[in-house]
Design a protein around this ligand. Structure first.
Ligand code: BGC
Length: 372
């Protein structure tokens, strides 16, 4: 057996072993691709296949790294923290050069990343910061605070709050509280909206009070689930919108929540048109972009995940080749143990008017896919 063949065979065996131990959910798990030396391996841990964006993120990064000559192990963890930890452990056993991790619970990876550090494997936190560990080397993401700020500013503009219009009935939602990004999104929006809540121009009929630092968690939707957001919106409408009271605006941090919220509103008789509430979103998921076109969602904050993949692929390459890893923020992302050097990309507001110029002309979607 030639040396090369032996290396290939052992990589294939390791991949099979990892796949057998990690594949508790076949739909949500991809196997390590074979065909390279383990010293060239990059591990990519993604949270779930159930949200469109993570499928795109994983596929794009995987593709870029393979084109650059790396072998990859791309794994999805069905939003289960333990499954993600097992997958990362299996990757570490294959001795990758770099681990790229989009975490499910940003505080749960300390012990497994200690193993990575002991094996001298560098770690890049992808999109979501990994907290409470010194063993995360870089962070690449979109400007999460700005995402929320853009949602808040959109609401202020569209409702004419600066011109003194109002009062309007607002229902606020926040993302999953185990995701470090959720607080940034909410704070970005709330810093803009809070003065209008205080002046009474934005009223919250459900009585959700967001005064203290941690109060956003009272409106958080665990696991970013559409069904949970839908059920929560149903409850709020049933309990607080009696006697003809109408919802005017919903602060939704992302598209998966916005989808559930829109479904709830529709089931309660709201129809696109003058009285339909403003709903915000994030990700430009396909179903939501179609909703934007159909006046069922006012906006989405688009994060061109291709650019995030591009940036992370560059970081990986710089780490492996010993070059300088590009970052542009060394202050914002303190993970409780250290400030993690980050590269922040700019998010972009998309409304019905510019779906074509922003999402189609850039090649993010074909016109056909959107029914345009
Ligand atoms: C991401 C969002 C996404 C959400 C739910 C966040 O960490 O930044 O883009 O919508 O997770 O998956």
């Amino acid at each position: 057996m030639s040396k090369n063949f032996r290396v290939l065979a052992s990589v294939a065996m390791a991949a099979t072993l990892a796949a057998t131990t990690a594949c508790s959910n076949t739909r949500d798990t991809e196997e390590a691709s074979s065909g390279g030396s383990s010293s060239n391996l990059i591990g990519i841990a993604m949270p779930t296949r159930s949200l469109e964006r993570w499928n795109n993120d994983g596929a794009h990064l995987d593709d870029l790294l393979k084109k650059a000559g790396y072998t990859t192990s791309l794994q999805y963890a069905d939003n289960k923290v333990e499954q993600q930890i097992t997958q990362i452990e299996n990757m570490i056993n294959q001795n990758p050069k770099v681990l790229v991790v989009a975490s499910i619970d940003g505080t749960a990876l300390g012990p497994v990343l200690e193993k990575a550090a002991n094996a001298k494997i560098k770690v890049i936190a992808y999109d979501r910061l990994i907290n409470a560990t010194p063993n995360v080397d870089y962070y690449a993401t979109f400007d999460n605070y700005l995402v929320g700020k853009l949602q808040g500013e959109f609401i202020v503009d569209k409702l004419g709050l600066k011109d003194g219009k109002g009062p309007f009935n607002l229902e606020p939602f926040a993302g999953s509280s185990d995701d470090n990004n959720a607080k940034f999104f909410f704070n970005g929006a709330w810093d803009v909206l809070k003065p209008y809540v205080e002046s009474g121009k934005l009223v919250i009929p459900s009585g959700k009070k967001i005064a203290g630092e941690e109060d956003w968690k009272t409106v958080s939707i665990t696991g970013w689930k559409s069904e949970t957001a839908q059920a929560e919106m149903d409850n709020r409408i049933n309990s607080f919108y009696t006697g003809g009271k109408k919802v005017n605006v919903v602060l939704s941090p992302n598209d998966s929540l916005a989808l559930g919220i829109a479904q709830s509103l529709e089931s309660k008789g709201y129809k696109p048109g003058a009285d339909y509430p403003l709903i915000t979103g994030q990700d430009a998921d396909l179903a939501n972009t179609k909703n934007v076109l159909a006046d069922k969602q006012a906006m989405t904050v688009w994060k061109d995940t291709r650019t995030l993949g591009d940036q992370v692929a560059k970081m990986v390459d710089a780490i492996v080749k010993g070059g300088t890893v590009e970052t542009n923020d060394t202050k914002t992302y303190n993970n409780g143990v250290k400030v993690v050097p980050a590269y922040l990309l700019p998010p972009v507001v998309v409304t019905k008017e510019d779906v074509k110029s922003k999402l189609v002309d850039s090649g993010f979607y074909t016109a056909d896919k959107l029914g345009l």
